[in-house]
Design a protein around this ligand. Sequence first.
Ligand code: 13P
Length: 266
Amino acid sequence: MVRDKKLIVGNWKMNLDTNEASLYLHKLAGMVKMRRDVEVVLAPTLLALQSLSLQIDRRQFKLAVQNLYWRDAGAYTGEVSATQLRGVVDYAIVGHSERRHIFGETDKDVRNKIQAALRNNIRPILCVGETASERADNETNDVLHDQLAAGLANITSDELTHITVAYEPVWALSNGKDFASHPTPLPEDAASVAAFIRRQIDHMFGKNAASDIRVLYGGSANSHNASGFLGAEGIDGLLVGGASLNAQEFSEIIEKAHKGSAVAKK
Ligand code: 13P
């Protein structure tokens, strides 16, 4: 079952040029042991995907794109389609809060992108999460409900098995550097949100789908808080931003995912 493995995703956002990405990958590859119980995915700049896909050992790391356009081809200047990414990446981050809030991506865009990824054999990682003001207004569950209902509309139960949901509370995201000191939810709060997400999936797709879907936590995850989140009920991995840009820090997070699951199996 897919939830037997922890999933650790490094979202490099708009950091590292092609050369830096290649050097970083080389360094990280020397630090990270291949583990059967941990899947590691890297989401570099779009520009570096092609070269990293040649450099990478896919048994050790997989690649994700940070965004894609939902049409397969055509007159869409500046966009890159899932069809073009097919074979280069295994995963696509879809509906990241920075896409939603800075670039005005709507739930309909998110839905279209998920479907585009699926029809091109790319596994979507659907990001959901409330802003600080939505949290202050007690709207977290409503926001998550709407984002899940809209993002997963028209998906079949079979397609859902290829989808991962990432809970990324917008207020907990670091600026890329302050990930060690930025406020985050408590692991038990992340666990109750994961339970809420599974209830929504249950309503939409049934019990099996709800217990099988992978749910990640993201927002200032680092080597100190990783074990707490990874040990929280219903959390299957981490979507890491700032801390994934530091090879030492990121490799420690990966090692914690392995250690945590080794303890859990005892
Ligand atoms: P930080 O880990 O820097 O808060 O970023 C999280 C994130 O947005 C990952 O997609």
